[in-house]
Design a protein around this ligand. Sequence first.
Ligand code: ADP
Length: 735
Amino acid sequence: MDTQFEECAEEIGRLQRCINDLVSLLALPAIWSGGDASYIGRTALDALMGMLRLDLLYVRLSFSGGDTPVEMFRIGDLRKQVGWPEEIGELLNRWLGDASKQWPPPTKIRVGVEDMSIIPLRLGLQGEYGMIAAGSQQADFPTQIQTLLLSVAANLTTIGLREAELRNEQSRAAAELDRRVVQRTSELAAANAELRKEIAERTLVEARLRHEETALRRSEARKAAILDSALDCIVTMDHESRITEFNPAAERTFGYRRDEVMGKKLADVIIPPELRAPHRQGLARYLATNEAHVLGLRIETTAMRADGTVFPVELAITRIAFDGAPSFTGYLRDITERKWAEEELRRSETFLAEARRLSSTGGFSKRIATGEIRWSAEVYQMFGLDPAEPLTHERMVSRVHPEDVHAFNEILKQQERGVDYEHDYRLLMPDQTVKYLHVVAHAVCDVDGDLGYFGAVQDVTQRRLADEALAKARSDLAHVTRLTSVGAMTASIAHEVNQPLSGIVTNASTCLRMLAADPPNVAGARETARRTIRDANRASDVITRLRALFSRREATVETMDLNEAAYEVIALSLSELRRHRVILRQEFADDLPPVMGDRIQLQQVILNLVLNASDAMSTVEDRPRRLVISTAAEDDDHVRLMVQDTGVGFDPQSAKRLFEAFYTTKSGGMGIGLSVSRSIIESHHGRLWAVPNDGPGATFAFSIPRTSEAVIRAGVSGPVWTSGVTDTPQIPRKL
Ligand code: ADP
């Protein structure tokens, strides 16, 4: 019984130990968590050795992927050498063979120097994780419990190893994943950077493209605007001479629409037939040899309109700078009008040159800033100077008449003022001949604002000599007229002179008588002697005036009082008027401004008008014969003298004829009085006219310019220049 109990208790004890060992084994996976295969193998060896009192425990751990297996072993109390794990492994391999499923059951084999029972256990179904071999010298080895514990341990180790392997794989996979992620990330980052760079480049390219497009559009718009608004015709053509552009100016000029000519051969459209062959040859030569005769030049040629008319054009051709086959732009300008104008200019230049030659006129120009003077050939000829030699002031002045040098230099000084001027001067040539020159000059400013002059110099010597001859003839005629007029007054003048002469005789006789008385009447004699002197003076005055009127002398310009001149004429003709029973009234203006003129000539005019008025009234019996002589200052710086009569008057139709030479209605008339009078007044820059009165009779009047202040100040004896620079009126030097 006791034995049964004991056995039972022993059995229970064994079972309890077995359970404890199982629990210990089952705890192993918990401590393996995270450990590697070696750690699992090692701890499994240590646990089994502790609980099974084995003499040998060998473990070989195989790894997938061909890694070298790890072998380890534990030996129990055996102090004897059993060899190295490799040797034990070798031994076991030889014993067990390759086929793990057919491994022999536990059996005794010799390990090292010891015989022991060995039990092999596969790790994994096929032993793919290796093996555990447990050895013991105990006779009952392995017991059921030992086999159980070893099997459980082998299974747990297998599971541990699988988990470790899984973990390994997982961590390898995770590491691989991480590596791949890192690699992919860096690849992505690189790709991203590349992409960004590409995007940036593309953005840049797009921006550049946009900019270029805008520039292109702008340039296209500009080109279109230029083409549309160009005043010149712009025609472009390609290397085959086909028209590629035809602007509106070309449409207007040639009479074609753009769409009509685009793509057509230029030669067939606007080139006149005779120029087509040269055009084709020129283009072919250029394409073959690059040799151009017209490129880049401005040439004048002809072109043809749609209606076939040929007209002159100015043409410039440029090659369009572009790769590939060459194309060309032609700028054409219709120069019909210019040609016509040039022709006109040439013709008028020829006329001008001829006119200059005929009128002895030359031209000059002068730049005031530099003093540079240019003369035309005619001026050199007038001065008798050689154009080849430099034109200096000294050389010019050497030819100017010494009396005119001062005035000539004055004019040069006045040029600084930039005013237009006109003046006359004389040249004294080496052969002592005198030339008269008339100069008209216009001040101009050039583009730089520099003052200059353009002028014309005319040799007026011939005209001057003719004028002088004319003046002399006129003066001679006037003299004759005077003689005629005065001749008509002879009786009156004789009477006029006679009167004081008989007065003188009477007074002298009376004087003698008074002196002969006893006592002599001295006071009376003195008085009669005084009257004698007065009468003698009166006679002398008449004679003086007559002498003046009769005298033949050069005309002289002077400042004179027209009232005074008229008064003298009246004094001279008073007897004549009285004889004709003319009632005279003088209406002389007070403060009449002086005039500039020839006193005798003007008096002749007045005398002529007075005598004509008297003649016109000689047949009038039914009304008083009134004669009014009046003077007045006019608004426009002129002075007027009027002679109004109540005579027969004249027919307004014949008013013009009165002033014609040799027109007379009088039986003994010559018909030159009014004609000479008009030429005298006109030479004074005045006007003589006649108007019928409202009532009977006619009024004859003349007006002449008053003397300007400048002339009065200058004095009449000084030279009178007809310069446009000063205010001097244009009064001829000699009348
Ligand atoms: P003449 O006195 O010798 O005829 P004039 O030239 O002085 O020459 O005059 C020309 C003509 O003008 C006169 O014949 C006369 O018919 C006309 N005539 C001149 N003065 C007057 C006048 N005061 N009234 C009318 N007719 C006049």
